[in-house]
Design a protein. Structure first.
Lengths: 72, 365
């Protein structure tokens, strides 16, 4: 299944994390959201957000691309 | 105003001010000359060197004064690389070294990871020395960004000189262990900004990069050095009491911030750390906006968030730990901080963060 894409390119942190925090709870549990973000802090902060908010960070399959799965 | 950025610079200690003014009158001559005024200057310099050496735990002749902490760090690394060029060019270092040290290391570095609390991974550290060509090891004594103390004693590896950046910790205590080189900066203990210290233990393969085999290049700033030494002696005399008081305040910040501000992560080791420094990150908040909002309310703090750095990159220390880099605040308490300043900070912070989140339209996340 192709994940839903959230395009945050050009946005500075914390905006991509805010967009992720808004969108993910609207998806069903188990769904994967692909965040596109090119801020240098995005990868680190998306992973940290997932840890703090107990969601699953699935990694970065490509540059500026980060997959997150809704855990609950 | 509440000044809470002692890790950048501690306000000039009263003892340092006194010593500085006295030495401006008394220590202006060139200490290398052979007349009365020069002898007086030489005495002052010798006494300052002896005093610093005692605080570091080395002999007097092993202390080198430099024009800043950054220049001391650069001198440590470059001299270490020259002294060990027969053996290799690699510098094994922690991922959380100060940028001054990383700049000095340049392309020669092999970075060793830290854990979530910011403590060196000792297994990875030891494994890094298995590769051939390691000239030098570099480890900060305690993180300047999150306060976590580093295992300096355990990090010494036979046959490779260990350079310790002790900028944040030397004002509190000598650095234990079998280190070879140590640098520090007087500004961190209430001395003037223009004094750095490099200690080179005997037997260390370290070669000065300066012409004519000089260890101190050009004339030294004698009045500032005298003030730096006086201040170091003064802060050491009260270090135990000051550390206990600041630890209590830092513990209060570590406890109150997560209890009063939603979605905050306090980072760094909770106990094995510097006494005066605490760092936390607030989700959904722009670090630069947070610093400005706190400044408007009279709080001077620092941040490792990317928007506050000239390069727009997040702090490499926070990244190495894998902790949130945005909305980041480093609070570092000067020794003379008023308890009320910390209490006022704790009282106002929740409102400041809530206001910024509301402005950004971030509510209910």
């Amino acid at each position: 299944m192709t994940p839903e894409v959230l395009d945050c390119r050009g946005q500075r942190c914390p905006l991509p994390v805010i967009a992720l925090a808004r969108r993910l709870p609207e998806l069903p549990v188990g769904a994967v959201l692909r965040v596109l973000a090119d801020d240098p802090a995005a990868g680190n902060d998306i992973a940290a957000w997932c840890r703090m908010r107990e969601q699953d960070f699935l990694g970065s399959p490509a540059p500026d691309t980060f997959d997150v799965r809704r855990a609950g | 105003m509440a000044y809470l950025d002692a890790a950048a610079a501690e306000p000039l200690h009263p003892v340092a001010r006194q010593a500085l003014l006295a030495a401006l009158d008394d220590g202006w001559a060139d200490p290398g000359k052979l007349y009365t005024q020069a002898r007086r200057a030489r005495q002052l310099l010798d006494a300052a060197r002896a005093s610093v050496a005692e605080a570091v735990g080395v002999r007097t002749e092993h202390v080198i004064f430099t024009p800043s902490g950054t220049s001391a760090a650069t001198l440590a690394v470059h001299g270490g690389l020259i002294g060990r060029q027969r053996y290799g060019t690699t510098v094994v270092h922690s991922a959380i070294e100060h940028s001054a040290v990383l700049h000095a290391i340049g392309e020669h570095g092999v970075s060793v990871p830290v854990d979530r609390t910011g403590r060196l991974d000792l297994d990875a550290w030891r494994a890094a020395f298995a590769a051939p060509g390691v000239a030098l090891a570099a480890l900060i004594s305690a993180s300047h960004e999150v306060g976590t103390a580093q295992p300096v004693e355990a990090a010494a590896v036979a046959g490779v000189p260990l350079y310790v950046d002790a900028a944040q910790s030397l004002g509190w205590a000598p650095v234990p262990g079998e280190w070879s080189l140590l640098s520090a900066s007087a500004r961190k203990w209430g001395g003037p900004a223009g004094v750095g210290i490099l200690a080179v233990r005997p037997g260390t393969r370290w070669t000065t990069p300066f012409p004519d085999n000089q260890r101190e290049y050009g004339s030294v700033d004698l009045p500032s050095i005298v003030a730096a030494a006086a201040s170091l002696r003064a802060v050491r005399a009260t270090a135990e009491r000051d550390a206990a008081r600041l630890r209590t305040l830092v513990d209060l910040i570590r406890e109150r911030v997560p209890a009063t501000v939603p979605h905050v992560e306090v980072v760094g080791d909770p106990t094995d750390r510097l006494p005066h420094l605490v760092t936390f990150s607030c989700l959904y908040v722009d670090g630069e906006a947070l610093l400005h909002a706190l400044d408007r309310r009279g709080f001077a703090v620092s941040s490792g968030s990317s928007c506050t750095s000239s390069t727009l990159r997040p702090s490499h220390v926070l990244e190495a730990m894998g902790v949130l880099s945005h909305g980041n605040v480093r609070v570092s308490l000067p020794r003379d901080v008023a308890d009320e300043d910390v209490h006022r900070f704790l009282a106002e912070l929740p409102g400041v963060v809530a206001e910024l989140r509301a402005e950004a339209g971030v509510t209910g996340l």
